[in-house]
Design a protein around this ligand. Structure first.
Ligand SMILES: CC(C)(COP(=O)(O)OP(=O)(O)OC[C@H]1O[C@@H](n2cnc3c(N)ncnc32)[C@H](O)[C@@H]1OP(=O)(O)O)[C@@H](O)C(=O)NCCC(=O)NCCS
Length: 180
C-alpha cells in the first residue's frame, strides 16, 4: 500500500524492541492528548517495550490471557518516511461480549499523523492480516460519535449491521466487512 505521498510505503510489522525510543514518543503523544485510555494493553506507562512485546506475543499465542479475553495479534503501522504511525489489534475470534461491542479489530493512529489517510490504510492492511489468519468476515465496531473511525470502516467496505446501546450507555455502530 502506498499512501498518502507518492513513493511512501506503509506496512504492518510485528512490534520490535529496537524501536523502544520511537515507541516511547508514540505513547507520549497519546498521553499528551489525554488518550491514555487507548493504551489499555500496557500495564502502565513505564512498561518496558520488551515486556509489552512478550505479553503481546503470549496473547497472540493464547497464553496468559486476562479473564474473558481471546487470542489477539498486534501490529504496528510504519512508514518508510515517518516511522511508527499506529497500532492495530486483531482478535482471532469473537465472544458474545465482543460480538456486542469491540468486534475483531481495534486500532489507533498517533495524534500528530491523523487525517492523512493512514487510518484507512491501516485497517486495509489489517484486513489482509485477518484474511491470512483465516477469517472470512470481520466485525468492527465504534462509538456512534467516533466519526473518524466510522469513516475508516466505511472506506474499507464496512456494512452497517446495527446500532445499539452498549453496556456503558453509549451508542455502538457495528459493521461487518466481508473478506472472501
Ligand atoms: C480512528 C482513527 C484511527 C482514524 O485515523 P486517521 O489516520 O485520522 O484516518 P484517515 O485519515 O484515514 O481518515 C478517514 C476518514 O475519516 C475522516 N476523519 C478523520 N478524522 C476525523 C475527524 N476528527 N472528524 C471528522 N472526520 C474525520 C477523514 O476525513 C477521512 O474521511 P474522508 O476520506 O471522507 O475525508 C484515529 O482518529 C484514531 O486513532 N482515533 C483514536 C482511536 C480510535 O478511535 N480508534 C478506533 C476505535 S473503534
Amino acid at each position: 500500500v502506498t499512501i498518502p505521498q507518492p513513493g511512501e510505503t506503509v506496512t504492518l510489522i510485528d512490534p520490535v524492541e529496537e524501536m523502544e525510543d520511537e515507541y516511547r514518543t508514540f505513547l507520549d503523544e497519546f498521553i499528551a492528548a489525554g488518550e491514555e485510555g487507548l493504551l489499555h494493553h500496557l500495564t502502565d506507562d513505564t512498561d518496558q517495550l520488551r515486556n509489552t512485546i512478550r505479553r503481546l506475543k503470549n496473547r497472540a499465542a493464547g497464553f496468559d490471557l486476562p479473564e474473558g479475553w481471546v487470542p489477539c495479534s498486534a501490529f504496528w503501522l510504519v512508514s518508510d518516511v515517518h516511522g511508527l504511525l499506529g497500532e492495530i489489534h486483531i482478535r482471532h475470534r469473537l465472544t458474545p461480549a465482543l460480538e456486542d461491542c469491540g468486534g475483531h479489530i481495534g486500532y489507533m493512529m498517533r495524534p500528530s499523523r491523523r487525517r492523512h489517510g493512514y487510518g484507512t490504510a491501516m485497517l486495509a492492511l489489517g484486513l489482509e492480516k485477518s484474511r491470512a489468519h483465516g477469517l472470512t468476515r470481520v466485525l468492527v465496531t465504534c462509538d456512534a460519535g467516533n466519526v473518524a473511525s466510522a469513516r475508516v470502516i466505511e472506506k474499507n467496505a464496512g456494512r452497517l449491521a446495527s446500532q445499539s446501546q452498549n453496556w456503558g450507555g453509549r451508542m455502538t455502530l457495528r459493521y461487518w466487512i466481508d473478506l472472501a
